[in-house]
Design a protein around this ligand. Structure first.
Ligand SMILES: [Fe+2]
Length: 313
């Protein structure tokens, strides 16, 4: 949705209109200062909480952490028990298309293209075993402070017809940067095999992102750059991997998108959203997960989306 449309839609709600204007100004300043669309406030927020030291020794001792700090994303060889993945993906499969345990989050003209599982922290207590000691040590090296897992998201993306896949955004499948504090990190777990045909997490490095912003990248609603520049294969990383693959991504400083699965394909994903904390990490973390307020519910009857928080209000 364009800026003016957003403002005019918000005119009945002055607070919302002020927020739209603030975000626009903040985004413009953030592009100039930080080379991202995340905004100045969110870029500044929590910066000091990251361990930004890029010690060349780290490249040898912990290449995955080095890659994450330098480029903003990395594949991660996690040490969980392999049998856990079978159990998780079987349960995921049972829940994700059941109307009682899941809900649509993306669609177009009444057809659903993405679904999320309700209360994943309650459905999947097994997820505590994915956050191994190795993951915690890795996060200790990434942050300067304590950290916590704030939210969990579990969802399935489906194939989108060629005709509409570049016109309407279904499930974060347009290039963007998340509007969250730059200290936020996402940890992804694939629960289906993800080849290029299955809509992999697709990301560009921090450096390339800054170059694209400098070259004039607008935002997810209007790129303002030719696709052959924005999607130059030299710089685009399609993060494929078999079921059980884990990845880290700082999605506030790297341009990224969800790939769109080809016809007959889908992608199952768990996301852990990690933030700095003033308390030490707790073994009981799964019982302190907060509701994921960014999620929108897609109503196929009215072909509209509403924030989950508004629905529950
Ligand atoms: Fe995103």
């Amino acid at each position: 949705m364009g800026f003016l449309k957003k403002v005019s839609n918000s005119i009945k709600n002055p607070k919302r209109a002020a927020l739209v204007v603030f975000n626009k100004v903040d985004e413009g300043a953030g592009k100039k200062i930080f080379g991202n669309t995340t905004g100045v406030v969110r870029s500044m927020s929590g910066r000091s909480k990251l361990n930004n030291l890029l010690d060349p020794e780290l490249k040898k001792t912990n290449p995955e952490l080095f890659h994450l700090k330098k480029h903003g994303f990395t594949k991660y060889g996690n040490s969980y028990e392999k049998s856990l993945i079978d159990k998780l993906s079987e349960k995921f499969d049972e829940l994700v298309e059941n109307e009682k345990t899941s809900f649509p989050i993306g669609g177009y003209k009444g057809k659903i293209y993405s679904r999320a599982i309700r209360n994943p922290e309650k459905c999947f207590p097994e997820l505590v075993k994915i956050i191994t000691k190795d993951v915690r040590d890795f996060l200790t090296g990434y942050y300067n402070t304590n950290y916590k897992i704030s939210h969990i998201f579990c969802g399935r993306n489906y194939s989108v017809p060629e005709k509409i896949k570049n016109e309407t955004e279904m499930f974060s499948n347009f290039w963007h940067m998340d509007r969250d504090p730059s200290s936020q990190l996402k940890f992804f777990l694939y629960l289906s095999d993800v080849t290029e045909k299955d809509g992999p997490f697709t990301v560009q490095s921090k450096v390339r992102t800054k170059e694209l912003i400098k070259a004039g990248f607008g935002n997810r609603d209007h790129y303002d750059l030719p696709l052959d520049v924005l999607e130059d294969n030299t710089f685009v990383n399609k993060m494929t991997g078999s079921r059980g693959t884990t990845l880290f991504g700082n999605v506030t400083t790297c341009l990224h998108k969800a790939g769109t699965p080809d016809e007959g394909h889908f992608r199952d994903l768990v996301q852990f959203i990690i933030d700095p904390s003033d308390k030490p990490f707790s073994d009981d973390w799964i019982n302190s997960i907060e509701a994921y307020t960014d999620l929108k519910y897609y109503d196929p009857k009215t072909d509209t989306k509403r924030l989950i928080t508004e629905l529950n209000a």
